[in-house]
Design a protein around this ligand. Structure first.
Ligand code: ACO
Length: 336
């Protein structure tokens, strides 16, 4: 068999219909539209309601990716869901729920836990299955419902996070392209900077942990900012160099949409124009594992990704984790 390349043959996205504006949040905590916009660039975001959960958003995004790729459910070999907010804390995995919901009868299914880096971790993992010739069709989904784990009395975090899902259908191709190089990284010594302290095996849920709000996100914003503006940029530079490129050679960087100031600072540190970094954080907030595929989807819809284009993908987040990839874009059968 000749070389096999992972082609993104279809993209999908889903955000819940419920829109929450900065003004809505200013009615809950002591904040303002001006503060949120100037510090983060976010103007609105989407939150799940009622019965919605990570798997229901993931299934909708996955369904669209499958359809635009023209792939049949029974062709899918594997579904990987990157998420930190599974429907159930232990099992079944969110990927299993998606596998059932979409009728992916032949597919293996598992979740990846790498926070906001999760989708890029998943894409790189999926590409290996295709490059080895093991699989032909792998569905990769990033989905999170962080609004369920935010403390709406903590103004420093509740204005940042939001919900959504994005998906990419990877299909094996003989045409060179797809993943050219990558860097996966982690620094577990920084785990405490972004953490949900209770609910796992170290501190299982009790009335006390619930009362102390230990099941919601705790963040050291300054440390996370410091990390986000330095380490992932260096990883992007290294991934580009591994592909024989400089960051300037890329036509677009689709990075995790944490906030506009982070993206601007990263661009400045890399000495490239700000608009090399795609942005849609304004409308979606920080959707964690969903943010890179939601941005990829919008970039594609806005025709920012031409066949043959060199794209940088960049995830970074809790763990601490980061994942960067250089991707040569194939033609899509149909644009979003
Ligand atoms: N509204 C009004 N005031 C606020 C709010 C708010 N929503 N949140 C915090 N403040 C206040 C603080 O209480 C503080 O007041 P004080 O000086 O009286 O104590 C003041 O604003 C300044 O706080 P800083 O933390 O210094 O604010 P900063 O300018 O650093 O911005 C921010 C805070 C936006 C969180 C910044 O640190 C940041 O961007 N960090 C990265 C965090 C991030 O993006 N996390 C996402 C998850 S991680 C990821 O996705 C990679």
């Amino acid at each position: 068999m000749g070389s096999r390349y992972a082609r993104i043959a279809g993209l999908g996205q889903y955000v819940p219909p419920h829109v929450v504006t900065n003004q809505d949040l200013a009615r809950l905590v002591d904040t303002s539209d001006e503060w949120i916009q100037s510090r983060t660039g976010i103007t609105e975001r989407h939150f799940v309601e009622g019965d919605e959960a990570t798997s229901s958003m993931a299934a909708r995004a996955g369904c669209e990716a499958l359809a635009t790729a023209g792939a049949r459910a029974d062709e899918v070999d594997l579904v990987i869901v990157a998420t930190s907010t599974p429907d159930y804390p232990l099992f079944p995995s969110t990927a299993c729920l998606v596998q059932a919901s979409l009728g992916l009868t032949r597919a293996g299914a598992y979740d990846i836990s790498a926070a906001c880096s999760g989708f890029v971790y998943g894409l790189i993992t999926a590409s290996q299955f295709i490059a080895t010739g093991a699989y032909e069709h792998v569905l990769v989904i990033g989905a999170d419902a962080l609004s369920r784990f935010v403390n709406f009395e903590d103004r420093s975090t509740c204005v940042l996070f939001a919900d959504g899902a994005g998906a990419a259908m990877l299909v094996a191709s003989d045409t060179p392209g797809g993943l050219l190089s990558f860097v996966l990284g982690a620094d577990g010594t920084g785990g405490e900077h972004l953490i949900v302290p209770a609910g796992g095996s170290r501190r299982p849920p009790t009335a006390e942990t619930v009362g102390a709000r230990e099941h919601s996100i705790h963040m050291n914003g300054r440390e996370v900012y410091r990390f986000s503006t330095t380490v992932p940029a260096d990883a992007l530079r290294r991934a580009a160099a591994d592909a024989g490129l400089a960051v300037e050679d890329l036509s677009l960087v689709v990075a995790h949409q944490a906030n506009v100031r982070i993206l601007q600072t990263v661009a400045r540190n890399l000495n490239v124009p700000e608009d090399l970094f795609f942005r849609n954080v304004e409308r979606f907030g920080n959707t964690s594992a969903a943010s890179v595929p939601l941005a990829l989807y919008d970039a594609c819809a806005q025709r920012r990704l031409k066949p043959g284009a060199l794209v940088g993908l960049m995830g970074f987040g809790a763990g601490l984790t980061w994942a960067t990839a250089i991707w040569r874009w194939h033609d899509l059968p149909s644009n979003p």
